[in-house]
Write a protein that binds this ligand. Structure first.
Ligand SMILES: [Zn+2]
Length: 493
C-alpha cells in the first residue's frame, strides 16, 4: 500500500512528467471511484483544463489545474501510468485522462478502493477544507508539535500503533513506517496511548520525520503490490529495520524479530528492544503522625524502588548552599519583617533551631513557611519523578512504581502528582507511646499533639472526596507483617 513517501514520489514524478499538459478527453470506466460527483460533471470540470502543479497532504495527491483541482487517494492499490492514447486500455485502468499531446494518464486500481473528487478552486486553503483532508492531523514528515500529539494520545486506552495509524492524530504514517518508527523509538506497538510519557512522544515524532524524510529521498518503499509505475522504484526496502524482517536478528541486539498482529495489522517487533510499558505509577506515601512511615520507606528503598522524600527536599531547601534559599528568605522578610528574620538568618545561613522555635509557637508563621516551601518542594518532586521515569524507561525496568513520601501529602494537596496513595496508620495507644518516647513528652501532651493533626478517618475521607485510589496500611503488628502488607499492596497497584 502506498504510504506518504510513495505518494510523495508519485507527486514528484508526475510533476516532472505531466505538468503543462492540457486535457482533451476523459474516460471513466468505474464511476463509483468518483466521490460526490458524477462522470458528466467530472468530465465537464476537467476537459480543456491545463495541469499547472501538484500538491500533497498526508496521502492525498492533488492535481491543480487552471480553475479546478482534482484530489486523488490511492488507498490500497492505486497507481498511475503514463501511456500513449493509442495503447490498449487494460483491465484495471478505471479512469483515463487523454492529453492534447497524444499521451494519456491511466489510473490503475486492482481493488477499486481509490477515490477521486473535484474541488472547484485552485487555492490551497480551499483544498485543505476538503472533508478527507480537513480532519487530518499534522504531517508526520514535518510536524514538531510533540506536545499536541501527546495531548491527543494521553487519554487513549488504545495501542500506540493503532493511534499512530489513525490519520486524524498524525497524517502520513502507514503500517510499514509505524513499525519502523516504533522500533527506532524502542516502544512496543501495544503500549497504550495513556501510558506514553512526553519524551516518548517526542521521540516518536523525531523518528517519524527522520524516517519519512529519508524514505522520500529514497523514492518510497516497494513492497508487494505497490510498484512505482512511473519509472521510479522505491529503494527504501533495503533500509527497513524491522518491518518484514521476521526471523532475522535485530540490528540492535541480535534477538530474533517477531511478527504479531496489532489492531488487525501485521506488526514486526524486536521483543527485547520493544517492551510494553505499563504506566509508571507514582505512589504517594503519607501517614498518621508517628505511625512508622519511615519503616515503610526504608523497606521500599531496600527493595530498590525509587523513593522521593519531601522531608529531605525541604531540609535541603533551607541549606546554606540551596539555590532557593535567597527566594525563601526574601519571601519571609516580606511577610515577617527583617528584624524577625534576623533572629534565625545570619551569615548567609539559617539557624534551624531558631526557626523551629518561631514556627512551633506560632501557627500562622508555620503556615507562612509552608506556603512558601510547598510549591518549591512540589516542583522539585515533579522533576525528580520525570528523571526517575526516564531512568525506568531507559533501563527497560520491570519495576514501574515511584514512591513519593510526603508527611502532609493530603493537607498540602500533593495528590495531583500521585496515581495512588498509601496511608500508613497505627493503633492509637502505640502512636501515643511512640510520641512520648520520640519527643520526650507526657501522655496528655502526646494526645494533644495527635489531635492537632489530620486523623486517619479525615485522610480517608479526603481520598474518597478527590476520588483517588488509596490503601490504609496498618503498621501495628510487627515489621515482617508490615513488609508483607507492602508487597501485597505493590502487587495490587
Ligand atoms: Zn533488539
Amino acid at each position: 500500500m502506498p504510504e506518504l513517501p510513495e505518494v510523495e514520489t508519485v507527486r514528484r514524478t508526475l510533476e516532472a512528467k505531466i505538468v503543462g499538459k492540457r486535457i482533451k478527453n476523459i474516460e471513466v470506466f468505474y464511476e463509483k471511484m468518483l466521490e460526490d460527483i458524477n462522470t458528466k460533471e467530472f468530465k465537464k470540470s476537467l476537459i480543456g483544463e491545463k495541469l499547472c502543479s501538484f500538491y500533497r497532504y498526508g496521502k492525498y495527491l492533488v492535481f491543480i489545474f487552471e480553475h479546478v483541482s482534482l484530489i486523488s487517494h490511492l488507498r490500497m492499490e492505486g497507481k498511475y501510468f503514463i501511456k500513449t492514447v493509442d495503447d490498449p486500455i487494460e483491465k484495471h485502468e478505471h479512469i483515463v485522462f487523454e492529453f492534447e499531446d497524444g499521451t494519456s494518464l491511466r489510473y490503475h486500481d486492482t481493488r477499486k478502493f481509490g477515490i477521486m473528487t473535484i474541488v472547484k478552486s485552485v487555492d490551497i486553503q480551499d483544498i485543505m477544507k476538503y472533508k478527507g483532508i480537513v480532519k487530518l492531523g499534522p504531517e508526520a514528515n514535518v510536524s514538531t508539535d510533540f506536545e499536541g500529539l501527546y495531548n491527543k494520545l494521553k487519554t487513549k486506552n488504545m495501542p500506540v500503533k493503532t493511534l499512530l495509524l489513525d490519520q486524524e492524530n498524525l497524517a502520513g504514517l502507514g503500517n510499514i513506517y509505524v513499525d519502523e518508527v516504533l522500533f527506532k523509538s524502542k516502544i512496543h506497538p501495544l503500549t497504550l496511548g495513556k501510558d506514553l510519557i512526553l519524551d516518548q512522544v517526542k521521540l516518536i515524532l523525531d523518528n517519524s520525520r527522520e524516517i519519512l524524510k529519508y524514505a522520500i529521498e529514497c523514492g518510497g518503499t516497494t513492497i508487494r503490490s505497490y510498484t512505482s509505475s512511473l519509472g521510479v522504484t522505491g529503494r527504501f526496502q533495503i533500509n527497513l529495520m524491522v518491518h518484514t524482517k521476521v526471523g532475522q536478528p535485530c540490528i540492535n541486539c541480535g534477538t530474533t524479530i517477531e511478527k504479531t498482529v496489532v489492531g488487525g495489522r501485521g506488526t514486526y517487533i524486536c521483543p527485547s528492544c520493544q517492551k510494553v510499558y505499563k504506566k509508571i505509577k507514582v505512589v504517594g506515601v503519607t501517614g498518621v503522625i508517628a505511625s512508622g512511615k519511615t519503616a515503610v520507606t526504608d523497606y521500599l528503598k531496600q527493595e530498590n524502588y525509587p523513593v522521593i522524600d519531601a522531608d529531605e527536599i525541604s531540609r535541603d531547601l533551607l541549606d546554606k548552599n540551596s539555590k532557593y534559599l535567597k527566594t525563601i528568605v526574601d519571601e519571609l522578610t516580606k511577610k515577617w519583617g527583617k528584624t524577625k528574620v534576623d533572629e534565625f538568618y545570619y551569615e548567609g545561613a539559617i539557624d534551624r533551631k531558631a526557626l523551629g522555635v518561631i514556627i512551633f509557637n506560632d501557627t500562622s508563621k508555620r503556615e507562612d513557611l509552608n506556603n512558601i516551601m510547598h510549591p518549591i518542594v512540589k516542583k522539585i518532586i515533579n522533576s525528580d519523578i520525570l528523571r526517575q521515569k526516564n531512568a525506568i524507561i531507559k533501563k527497560i525496568e520491570e519495576k514501574t512504581l515511584i514512591f513519593v513520601s510526603v508527611p502532609l501529602l493530603l493537607e498540602a494537596k500533593y495528590e495531583d502528582i500521585c496515581d495512588y496513595i498509601m496511608i500508613v496508620s497505627c493503633k492509637e495507644d502505640i502512636i501515643v507511646e511512640r510520641l512520648m518516647k520520640r519527643d520526650n513528652i507526657n501522655k496528655e501532651y502526646a494526645l494533644k499533639k495527635m489531635a492537632s493533626q489530620m486523623s486517619l478517618s479525615e485522610k480517608v475521607a479526603r481520598c474518597e472526596e478527590i476520588g483517588i485510589d488509596y490503601v490504609v496500611l496498618n503498621n501495628d503488628t510487627g515489621l515482617s507483617d508490615t513488609y508483607q502488607k507492602i508487597n501485597e499492596v505493590i502487587k495490587n497497584i
